[in-house]
Design a protein around this ligand. Sequence first.
Ligand code: EPU
Length: 347
Amino acid sequence: MLEIQNQVQLQAFNSLKLSAIASHYCKIYSHSDLIAALAFADQSQLNCVILSGGSNVLLPEQLNALVLHMQIQGISVVEETAESVIIDVAAGENWHQFVMYSTDKQWYGLQNLALIPGLVGASPVQNIGAYGVEVGEFIASVYVYDRFTQTFVHLMANECDFSYRNSIFKQNPTRYVIVSVRFKLYKTPSLKLAYGDLKTAVGEEKTAENLQQQVINIRRSKLPDPAQYPNAGSFFKNPIITSTQYQQLIVQFPNMPNYLQANGYVKVAAGWLIEQAGWKGRKHGVVGMFERQALVLVNYDQAGLHDVQQTYTLVQQAVQQQFAIWLEPEPVRFLDNGTIASYIDNS
Ligand code: EPU
């Protein structure tokens, strides 16, 4: 039976630890809870906010909406051959634990994505990626409730429009609620070692288990533990610029890290831009950019959304001034009524 609570504090449910009171809140343990919650929101004329692990959201101090906190659990094998396996993983399963479980089972593919905070249901939304792998490469399909057609459907991977930190789910936030994700994993590992210093870290022991461990070590050495330093991972996307702009910048900044994209555009490292702009390890009030990875914004002491906005705007302005690049934040920012804010307004 669905229980709707009022005036619930969400501070413990978002990794930036922003204080945010939800006017209406419920935990979703099953498909029928989901249907009941959506019906309640319709009757009460409330917008819905789907809350997963809370590791990529910016919440307002007062959220006048129905928060659906996804808790659906379960992992099952759907199909298995000599080479591969398809596993259905419910939205409320913890991402890192699932990655560790898959490695223990000798199902390979996700090892580069170890230790990413959050839950499985959010992984397709921004197509989480790290160390040369994006999750979309290993997704067979995503099981969703389509609020437009009011049906549960499997969207095949090619229907999900996966690209860098983007998908159909990010583009249509009010349409789809992800209830489970089907991954296709392989019984023979094919190690992806191209990213940065990963190959050196893995060394001679070229196993998927060691790769996973090295990814964990690298993340621990660079990224702040949200339990100690509340944060939302990379705070900005790595910007993708035109080759013309890249040609101009590289003359001035020959050391600028850059990654050529398939379409001739060039991705540049936001962390490097921020460091060059003097913001690595710098704070404005209680919010600052982390000393070991300038791309991570940290709430050092009970910051609210307003403090976070002040700091990230200063960072955007500093980078804009030096490089003529406007950084786009990565977390999803909610307005007081539960709709999603556009960052374009800030530029
Ligand atoms: N760099 C600096 N100074 C910094 C940070 C980075 O000069 O303070 C330079 C590094 O030396 C390197 C380049 O920037 O040459 C890239 O840095 P890094 O390898 O640390 O990765 P990133 O581009 O900053 C991205 C993802 C991370 C992911 C890592 C590893 C985005 C927005 N972020 O970060 O994802 O873990 O690559 O693949 O694409 C996340 O999305 O929350 C996240 C942590």
